[in-house]
Write a protein that binds this ligand. Structure first.
Ligand code: PGA
Length: 260
């Protein structure tokens, strides 16, 4: 893997009770030991109501906590939304933007997601922009075009100087929560294409520095093969992040790539 530091996120989605969230965070922190967080950036994305409880648990451990979403507005009359400032106040360092369960599940547009991303980074959060094609788009041979548009519009108006606060998660929608994973070579091909698009949109050094992680049914048994790809810089893990031991195995796979 090139000089980019691996990044592994655990997206707990709408799972866990408060007690389970605290126990899971504790098990992850205790199981990680010292070396893994040194070799790999790790971020837990618990449900919003448990953010403070999880940031308290994490304490000063070198594991970040992030929001699964962030509002496209700074504050005001937006019932049910959570601002970037609130996430920071709750101890978060990151936010997911455009996860497919919001993009496709709730119909969030590229325009809204671009505003969310800008809210996150202008407030000082890191943003992970999630992109990916549906099965129908893949079968129609449109994957590259769809993903290129999501990246371009998601980053519209974002200067190269802000790219250090941004990572991209390529998550083919058909692979999320389905047990189907993209073949490692297919993931590599798409990551490579995303990096080439970033180079066109920005410049080569900026594109080279952006971390592009893969998500979609990553588990301990397939993590090594996926993370071995040169343009795969880690993963965004859903189901498998709810099991501390399995999640740590996945982190270990990413960390060992940075060492090799
Ligand atoms: P999965 O989810 O690992 O359960 O497929 C990934 C994600 O939605 O980020």
């Amino acid at each position: 893997m090139p000089s980019r530091r691996p990044l592994v996120g655990g997206n707990w989605k709408m799972n866990t009770t408060r007690t389970e969230a605290e126990m899971l965070a504790k098990a992850v922190i205790e199981g990680l030991g010292k070396e893994l967080p040194e070799a790999c950036d790790i971020c837990l994305f618990p449900p919003f109501p448990w953010l403070s409880a999880v940031t308290d648990r994490v304490g000063s451990a070198s594991v970040a906590v992030g929001g699964q979403d962030v509002s496209d507005h700074p504050d005001g009359a937006f019932t049910g939304q959570t601002s970037a400032a609130m996430l920071l106040d709750a101890g978060c360092r990151m936010a997911l933007v455009g996860h497919s369960e919001r993009r496709h599940g709730l119909g969030e547009s590229d325009l809204v997601l671009n505003d969310k991303l800008k809210q996150a980074i202008s407030s000082g959060l890191e943003a992970m922009l999630c992109v990916g094609e549906t099965l129908a788009e893949r079968e129609a041979g449109q994957s590259e075009e769809v993903v290129a548009k999501q990246v371009k519009q998601g980053l519209s108006g974002v200067p190269a100087t802000d790219l250090g606060q941004i990572s991209i998660a390529y998550e083919p929608v058909w692979a999320i929560g389905t047990g189907r994973t993209a073949a490692a070579e297919d993931a590599q091909a798409m990551h490579c294409r995303i990096r080439a698009d970033l180079e066109n949109q920005y410049d080569a050094p900026s594109a080279k520095g952006v971390r592009i992680v893969y998500g979609g049914s990553v588990k301990p048994s397939n993590a090594d093969a996926i993370f071995a790809q040169p343009d795969v810089d880690g993963g965004l893990i859903g189901g498998a992040s709810l099991d501390a031991e399995g999640f740590i195995e996945i982190i270990r796979a990413a960390a060992s790539m940075s060492a090799s």
